[in-house]
Design a binder for this molecule. Structure first.
Ligand SMILES: [Mg+2]
Length: 219
C-alpha cells in the first residue's frame, strides 16, 4: 500500500507566492446588486442577473451613470456584509494555507465612493467583511492586504511583492504596460468571454487552484 499524502501541514512554501485581487475575484456581488436594484426599483420585473447585466441595464436608464455609482457605493460600503465569497474560493484558500503558501491581496480600491451620498470607508468595509469570513485563518491578516489608489499603484505593488502568480478578473491589469512579465497572470473569467492574452484564463476557482497550486498539490 502506498501512503499518499500530498498535503504539507507545516512550514512555509516560498516557491509559490500568490497575489489575489479582491472585488469580483474573491468578493461576489452578483446577488447583492440584484437585491439593491430590486429594492431601489431600478429594474422592475427583472429576474436574477449578474452584476455586469445589472450594470448595463442601470446605466441605460435616464441618469443611469449616477444611479449605478449610487448602487456601487451602497454595495461596497454600507451593504458590503451581504457580499458572498466567490464559489470555490474557500477551498482554494484552505488548500493554499495547508500547503504553507503565502497569499497576498492587492486591490485597487479607493477609500471613498465616487457617489457623494455615501461616506463609508470602503476599505474598512472590505476589511470587516474579510474578518467576518475568517480570512486570518488563511494567513490573510490585515498586513497581507494592500489597498491601492490606482491601477498603476496596484501593478507596482504586484512587482514589489515579487509574486509568482496574480489572480484578477480584469484583464486590463495584465495588459498594463508595467505588469511584471515574470508574474504568471491568471484571469478569473467565469463567463469565458475574454480574448486570449498573456495570461491563463480560468472559469472557476478549482481551475485557479490547479493553475497555481498544481505544482505542490496532487489533484
Ligand atoms: Mg476585480
Amino acid at each position: 500500500m502506498t501512503l499518499h499524502n500530498p498535503i504539507r501541514t507545516s512550514g512555509r512554501n516560498t516557491s509559490v507566492r500568490i497575489g489575489l485581487d479582491f472585488d469580483n475575484t474573491l468578493a461576489d456581488y452578483d446577488g447583492l446588486f440584484a437585491t439593491l436594484a430590486l429594492e431601489e426599483g431600478l429594474l422592475p420585473g427583472h429576474g436574477p442577473a449578474s452584476k455586469r447585466d445589472i450594470r448595463d441595464r442601470v446605466r441605460a436608464l435616464p441618469n443611469g451613470e449616477s444611479e449605478w455609482q449610487r448602487l456601487q457605493a451602497m454595495a461596497y460600503g454600507p451593504r458590503m456584509s451581504e457580499a458572498r465569497l466567490m464559489p470555490g474560493a474557500a477551498r482554494f484558500l484552505d488548500l493554499a494555507q495547508r500547503h504553507g503558501i503565502e497569499l497576498t491581496i492587492v486591490s485597487h480600491k479607493s477609500r471613498r465612493a465616487a457617489y457623494q451620498g455615501v461616506t463609508d470607508d470602503l476599505r474598512d468595509a472590505a476589511s470587516q467583511w474579510m474578518t467576518a469570513l475568517g480570512f486570518g485563518a488563511y494567513g490573510l491578516t490585515p498586513d497581507r492586504v494592500h489597498f491601492e489608489d490606482s491601477r498603476a499603484a496596484k501593478v507596482e505593488r504586484i512587482h514589489e511583492l515579487a509574486l509568482t502568480h496574480f489572480v484578477d478578473d480584469l484583464e486590463e491589469v495584465f495588459r498594463h504596460p508595467d505588469f511584471p512579465p515574470d508574474v504568471s497572470g491568471i484571469l478569473f473569467d467565469p463567463r469565458g468571454i475574454a480574448a486570449p492574452g498573456a495570461f491563463r484564463r480560468c472559469a472557476t476557482w478549482d481551475e485557479i487552484a490547479q493553475a497555481t497550486l498544481g505544482a505542490v498539490h496532487a489533484y
